[in-house]
Design a protein around this ligand. Structure first.
Ligand code: HSE
Length: 418
C-alpha cells in the first residue's frame, strides 16, 4: 500500500482529534508533528521521537507529502505553508483567517507548483460543504448563501433566547464553560464568520470576494428585550453570514445579526450547531447542518481532505482537478448602504401626542412601508416602547429615518431576513 506521509503543525484540540482519528487509518503515516512546547501533557499519545518544536523540520523534510496546518492565524502559518508548497508539498488546512486574507496568493502559489490546498475544516467545521460545492454541486449556479457559521455566537444567542438572559451574563457563563474564549472578540464581533463567508462565497460564486468588502457587525448590542420581541413577531435572532450575487456579478457579502422567521430551518439551528443554506440552479434550496467546531467534527473534515490526497497519490500528475481554484475574477462589491432589507426597529419614545404619526410620516416621506407596529402601555417614567418592522427598503434610507427620530431613543436596528 502506498502510504501517504504527512507532517502536522499544531497539536491542539483539532490536531489531537486528527491524530486520534488517523490511528485507525492504515494508509497514512504521521512522520512528524510540530508543537510549541514538546513537554506539554496531551490528551493523545504520540511517540516523543516524532515531536519537534521546529515546523521547518517537516516543511523541509523531503519524505513528507502533505503538510497539515492546524495553528490558525496569518503568521507564522503563511510562512510555513508557502515554504511547504515551494518544497513540493500538498496542504491541508483549517485556517479560515489565512484563506480569507491570503487565499488568492495561496491558491496561485499552489497552482504554480502543481500542488493542492484543501480546507474543508476551515468552513463550518465538520459539515461537508467545500468538497460538495466543488464536486457534486459543480453544475449549479449558486446565487445565495445564508449561514450560521459561528458556534460561540449561536450558543450565546440561543441561551439569551431560552433563559431570557442578557448578552453580558450569557457571555460570562459561556466563558466559564469554555464555549467562548477569554478574549471573545473574534467570535462575538463577527470576524470568524466573516472569514468563513469570504471563502465560502468565493467558491460558491466562482468569483473572488475580498475580505475588506465584507460588511461585519457582531452580537454585542443585542438586548434580551429584542429576543423576546422578535419571538412575539414570529422570529429568532441569529448571527447570519449572508452572500448573494446578481446576474451582473455584483456580490453582497456580509455578517450581522438578523431576525429569521420561525418558518425557516435557520431559526432552529441552536447552540453550537452551524448550518449553511444555499440556493442555486438547478439544485433549488438546500440546508446542510451539523457541528461547526470541536475536536472530532473538525478532525473528520481534516482527515477527509488527507484521504482525498492519499487516494490519488502516485496515480496522476495533476491531482484533484475539481478541488482546485479555477477562477481569478474578483466580484464587484455592493456597499451596505445600497442594500435592500426589511428592518426591526426598537424605539423608546417620550409619551407625547403624535409620536406614532411622526414615525409613520418620516417613513412615508422616504417611501418606506411599515409591515408591523407594536406599542405597549406607557411606562411609569412616561415613555413608550415601540417596535416597528418595515417592508424592504434601502439601508441608506433607514439610517436617515433613525437620524430623524431625534426625540426618540433608537435601541436597536436589526435587519430581518425575508
Ligand atoms: N470559533 C469558532 C466558533 C470555531 O465559535 O464557531 C472555529 O472556527
Amino acid at each position: 500500500m502506498d502510504k501517504l506521509r504527512i507532517g502536522i503543525i499544531g497539536l491542539g484540540t483539532v490536531g489531537s482529534g486528527v491524530v486520534k482519528t488517523l490511528q485507525n487509518i492504515e494508509n497514512v503515516e504521521i512522520v512528524k508533528i510540530a508543537v510549541k512546547n514538546i513537554s506539554k501533557p496531551r490528551s493523545v499519545e504520540v511517540p516523543a521521537s516524532i515531536l519537534t518544536d521546529n515546523p521547518y523540520e517537516l516543511v523541509n523534510d523531503s519524505s513528507i507529502d502533505v503538510v497539515v496546518e492546524l495553528i490558525g492565524g496569518v503568521e507564522p502559518a503563511w510562512s510555513y505553508i508557502s515554504a511547504a508548497i515551494k518544497n513540493g508539498k500538498h496542504i491541508v488546512t483549517a485556517n479560515k483567517e489565512l484563506l480569507a486574507k491570503k487565499g488568492e496568493e495561496l491558491f496561485n502559489l499552489a497552482e504554480e507548483h502543481n500542488r493542492v490546498c484543501l480546507y474543508e475544516a476551515a468552513i463550518a467545521g465538520g459539515i461537508p460543504i467545500i468538497m460538495p460545492i466543488k464536486t457534486i454541486l459543480a453544475g449549479n449556479k449558486i446565487n445565495k448563501i445564508r449561514a450560521i457559521l459561528n458556534g460561540t455566537t449561536n450558543y450565546i444567542l440561543t441561551k439569551m433566547d431560552v433563559d431570557g438572559a442578557s448578552y453580558e451574563d450569557v457571555l460570562k457563563e459561556a466563558q466559564a464553560l469554555g464555549y467562548a474564549e477569554t478574549d471573545p472578540t473574534g467570535d462575538v464581533e463577527g470576524f470568524d464568520a466573516a472569514y468563513k463567508i469570504t471563502t465560502l462565497a468565493t467558491i460558491a460564486f466562482k468569483q473572488r470576494i475580498k475580505i475588506e468588502n465584507v460588511y461585519r457587525e457582531g452580537i454585542t448590542k443585542i438586548r434580551k428585550e429584542d429576543m423576546a420581541l422578535a419571538n412575539e413577531f414570529g422570529y429568532k435572532i441569529k448571527l447570519i453570514a449572508n452572500a448573494s450575487i446578481d446576474d451582473e456579478g455584483n456580490a453582497d457579502v456580509r455578517v450581522h445579526p438578523m431576525l429569521v422567521s420561525k418558518s425557516t430551518t435557520l431559526a432552529y439551528i441552536d447552540y453550537v450547531t452551524n448550518a449553511v443554506a444555499l440556493s442555486g440552479h438547478p439544485i433549488g434550496d438546500i440546508v446542510l447542518s451539523g457541528p461547526g467546531a470541536g475536536e472530532f467534527p473538525t478532525a473528520s473534515s481534516v482527515v477527509g481532505d488527507i484521504l482525498a490526497i492519499q487516494a490519488e497519490k502516485g496515480t496522476t500528475d495533476y491531482m484533484l482537478p475539481m478541488m482546485r481554484c479555477h477562477h481569478s475574477h474578483t466580484a464587484k462589491p455592493v456597499k451596505i448602504d445600497d442594500t435592500f432589507n426589511k428592518y426591526y426597529i426598537s424605539i423608546t419614545a417620550p409619551n407625547a401626542i403624535g409620536i406614532i404619526a411622526k414615525i409613520g410620516t418620516i417613513c412615508a416621506r422616504k417611501n418606506i412601508s411599515l409591515a408591523s407596529i407594536l406599542q405597549r402601555e406607557v411606562s411609569a417614567n412616561n415613555t413608550a416602547d415601540i417596535v416597528v418592522i418595515t417592508e424592504k427598503c434601502q439601508e441608506k434610507l433607514i439610517k436617515e429615518v433613525v437620524n430623524e427620530l431625534d426625540d426618540c431613543i433608537v435601541n436597536s436596528l436589526i435587519r430581518v431576513a425575508e
